[in-house]
Design a protein around this ligand. Sequence first.
Ligand code: AMP
Ligand code: MG
Length: 415
Amino acid sequence: MTLDKNSTPRTTLLSVEQALDYIRATLHPVPGFEQRALRDTLGRVLAADVCSPIDVPPDANSAMDGYALRAADLPQSGEAPLQLVGTALAGHPFSGNVGNGQCVRIMTGAKLPAGADAVVMQEDVRREGDVIYAGTGHRQGENVRWPGEDIATGQTVLAQGRQITPADLGLLASLGINEVKVMRRLRVAFFSTGDELRSLGETLEEGHIYDSNRYTLHGMLSRLGVEIIDMGVIRDRREDIAAAFRQGAAVADVLLTSGGVSVGDADYVKETLDTLGKVNFWKIAMKPGKPLAFGLLGDTVFFGLPGNPVSSMATFYQIVQPALHQLMGRQEQPSLRLHIPCVTPLKKSPGRADYQRGIMDYDANGQLTVRSTGPQGSHVLSSMSQANCFIVLPAESGNVEAGTVVEVQPFAGLI
Ligand code: AMP
Ligand code: MG
């Protein structure tokens, strides 16, 4: 992987789309795959196309409870008598042949007996002892599911890059596949920087706060199914920072940090990154967010997230998560966006794209609407906790009046 540090000058203000384009062009899936038992592959990414080893269904079978017969025996008018010669149940096929003038009682899912080419529903015939009377209006192939109708042998059922869902587990099981080749899990290490930060269990003294970013990061990364290496809180000291960067780069595919990337931060974070790797300090035209460091420490991809709790989450979802998907080898999927009325006014100054926190809900008329969570400061983490969507306001937008249709990005599907 190469990274041209000069192609995105440190001072450039990048749009979210520009940052994503740059990341897309720069990052490639990490090498390595493994064979895993089907049950262990939920959320994993397929390392190769999966082709069906069998036809589904494997045999012609009945779609209804009724009578399997030869379509040629059915009358042009009136009724034709057919002799009942046996029964076919799901899992218990009829071993004989259906001859001229004969039929077999058949249940849904049972294999179509040799000789038969149609199933007439039981409601459509009259039965007297071992003789049934079938009328007109039926055709060859009626109520028959043919072999390979759902999936044919050799057909690609799931493509490389697919992130396996519960339905996929069932689909693969239906093909008799019990082992799957998946990409190896991405190893992601992270730490927080800041002299003011204390870990849970420690006592807060004057000027201290608890580190929350490591917990949100832990949660967001857990959802992605990556391997997580939590390196704790690193003090704002040159040697400690340098040692942590080296250690993280040595063990992980991706190193994430939070804090220490905004203007005015101790210079040695940037200094250390300059010595150890190739890192750009971006200003992203998004709010909350803005400062983001992105680059390489050896082969390890590095993201330096802003320290403010909402900024670090918003930057993670909008920029880091798509990058991690790419490194995981996951096919790109568009994020769900809706356009719905916003029932509260929103404050915004033109310049950067806003990712305000919103609550989608149905109003009294059953119409889906969104409202603001309230104060939008980048330190107000409770806004992220209350929200179920981002309200995405384009850079050029100013204040939004109540009743305006806005774009929302639901968290469901995003996280
Ligand atoms: P920084 O980016 O280091 O200048 O931090 C910006 C703001 O975010 C400051 O108010 C920090 O105290 C706060 N902050 C930084 N890291 C964390 C963290 N891990 N958890 C909670 N707040 C943080
Ligand atoms: Mg700091």
